[in-house]
Design a protein around this ligand. Structure first.
Ligand SMILES: C[S@@+](CC[C@H](N)C(=O)[O-])C[C@H]1O[C@@H](n2cnc3c(N)ncnc32)[C@H](O)[C@@H]1O
Length: 190
């Protein structure tokens, strides 16, 4: 896939850029773009019908600061320009329980080694899940990588994420009082 050109995607390309991986039905990315016109939002989602659905909603709602692409963060991270992202989120991604499937997880050792090239200085990655084992494994991947500082670590909480806009799965957890496991981290400053 060709590399994305930020200048061609957004009318205000100099605005900070937020990447949301696995947006599914788009509740979080659409509401974020609506509430924060001073940010640009880019979504990656592997399921093409969902991308087409969200493209229609973006057009209907004239959300010029939001673009979505049918792509996998595992295979296509190289389409993101280097040094372009101010924030990354990935919420309630598939846990892929079997060890032989761990390589399909959105945050894994490969992602943690590749994403720093795409981040601007100080950019943050916010991850949340309802699966304790996925949270614990992700914590281990981050610690094994050794190049990140964890700035938020919440183990089984019942309150919303610090960005103040909930994804579909996050809202379900909060409504049902199911625990949320959440981590925010960034590349450690040498
Ligand atoms: C369980 S849903 C979570 C949806 C939403 N983030 C939420 O919190 O409500 C996970 C989504 O991630 C997508 N996905 C899984 N792996 C992906 C990857 N490597 N790159 C992009 N999207 C991915 C799936 O297709 C699915 O729509």
């Amino acid at each position: 896939m060709p590399k994305l050109q930020i200048e061609e995607l957004f009318p205000a390309p100099k605005q900070p850029l937020h990447l949301d991986i696995g947006f599914a039905h788009g509740e979080f990315i659409l509401e974020s773009a609506k509430q924060n016109p001073e940010w640009n939002y880019l979504g990656l989602e592997v399921r093409t019908p969902l991308v087409e659905k969200i493209e229609k909603l973006i057009e209907e709602q004239a959300l010029h600061n939001c673009k979505v692409v049918a792509a996998s963060s595992l295979m296509n991270l190289d389409i993101i320009p280097d040094n372009s992202l101010d924030r990354v989120t990935t919420f309630f991604c598939d846990p892929w329980f079997k060890p032989r499937h761990h390589k399909r997880r959105i945050i894994n050792a490969k992602f943690l080694s590749e994403i720093p090239a795409k981040l601007k200085h100080g950019a943050t990655i916010l991850f949340q899940t309802d699966v304790e084992n996925l949270y614990l494994d992700t914590l281990e991947y981050i610690n094994e990588n050794g190049h990140y500082t964890i700035i938020l670590n919440e183990n089984g909480v019942h309150h919303p994420n610090p960005l103040g806009i909930q994804s579909y799965f996050e809202a379900q957890c909060l409504k049902n009082q199911w625990p949320i496991y959440r981590m925010e981290f960034r590349v450690a400053i040498a």
